[in-house]
Design a binder for this molecule. Sequence first.
Ligand SMILES: Cc1cc2nc3c(=O)[nH]c(=O)nc-3n(C[C@H](O)[C@H](O)[C@H](O)COP(=O)(O)O)c2cc1C
Length: 367
Amino acid sequence: MAKMEVEVNGIRFRNPVLTAAGPNVMDAEHMIGAFKGGVGGIVSKTVSVRPAHDRRPTIRKTVCRGLVNCETWSELSFEQMIEELLKVKESVDVPLIVSIGYSPDDMRKLAPVIEREVQPDAIEFSTHYTGKDIEPLLAVASALRESVELPIWMKISPNTPNIEELAVQASKIVDGFVAINSFGPVLDFDIETFEPVLGSDYGQGWLSGQAILPIALRIVYQIASVQDKPVIGVGGIEKGKDAIKFFMVGASAVQICSAAIRYGHNIYGKVASEIEKWLDEHGYSSIDEIRNLYREGLKKRRVFENVPVMFVDEEKCTGCTLCVRACMHGALYMENKVAKVIPENCIGCGYCQDMCNFDAMYLVDRT
Ligand SMILES: Cc1cc2nc3c(=O)[nH]c(=O)nc-3n(C[C@H](O)[C@H](O)[C@H](O)COP(=O)(O)O)c2cc1C
C-alpha cells in the first residue's frame, strides 16, 4: 500500500487531502464533520476583523459542474470563530490551519491571538480582497510574518496577473502557497426570469469547482516552477485522479471546497482512498514519487517542427465514426468500416484523437 502521509513545513498530514476555506468548514460542527469524513487536515473558513454580511442567495450551481458564489468571509465574529476553533482542537487529531484576511493591520490584530489561544499548526491568509498588485500582497505577507512564529501559507487568487513574479517575491516571506482561490468575477442568471442567481450587486460572483481545474493546474505549475516553497493545490478536485494531476504539476497536498459542498464531508476520505488506489495500481509508493512528473512529460513529449498529420491504427479502429464526426477540417472519412485520413485536409490539431476510445489515433510527421 502506498504511503499516504505527507509533510508540509514539518506538519504531518495523515493523507494529502485537506479542506479548503468555505462553508464546508464554517464552524466547529463542519470542521469536525470533515475530520469524520476522512480529511487529512483542516483549513478553516476565512475569518476577519469584522463578520461578513453576504446578501443571499450566496451559492448556486453553474455550467461544467461549477459553482458561483458571492460569499466573502466568515459571518462569525473573530471571538466566535476562536471558540469554534478551540472546540475543533479538542475533537480532532489532524492538523488545523486557520485562514485569515485581509490587510496588514488585520494580520497584526488577528494572527497573534490565534497563535496564542488556538495554537494551530499554520496560518493561511487569503489575498482575495487585497487587490492585484504585488506590493500590497507582499505587505500583508510581511505583516503576518512579523506577527507570528507559525508557518504561514499565502493563498493565491487566480485573478493576480503576474503569478510567477508574486511567487518569487513572496517565497522570501511565506512558508508555502495555496493555489487557487475561486475565479472571477463571473456572471450567471436564469433566462426565464432574467434574474441573477446570486444576491450580489449585479449578480456577479466567484467561480469554483470542476470548471476551474485547468486554471488551478496552470497556476500550481507556475508557482512550483519558480520557487522551492511547498504548494497546496486547490480548484475543482472531485476525484483521486484530479488530485493526482495537482501532485504531478508540483503540489505537496490538495484542498477541496466545492465538491464538499456538493457531495458532503465524505468526499475527502473518498478522494484520499482513490489517490491511494491509483498509486498502488501504478506501482508508486508515495505522493513524493509522482510530484513534478509533469516536468518529465514536458521534456519527453514529441515536438513537431512541421505540421503533423493524424495516423489511424487500422487494427485498433472499431469503425465507431466518432472521429469523422468530430473533424472540422473534413480530413477523415470511413472506408470499409475503418477511419481514413485525407492528409491534405488534416491540420494536425489533434482533436479527433480525444474522440477515439480505442487509442487508435496519434499524430505523426508527414512523409
Ligand atoms: C461558497 C464558497 C466560499 C468560499 N469562501 C472562501 C473563504 O472564506 N476563504 C478563502 O480563502 N476561500 C474561499 N473559497 C474558495 C475555496 O477555498 C477554493 O479556493 C475555491 O473554491 C476552489 O476550490 P474548489 O473548486 O474545490 O471549491 C470559497 C469558495 C466557495 C465555493
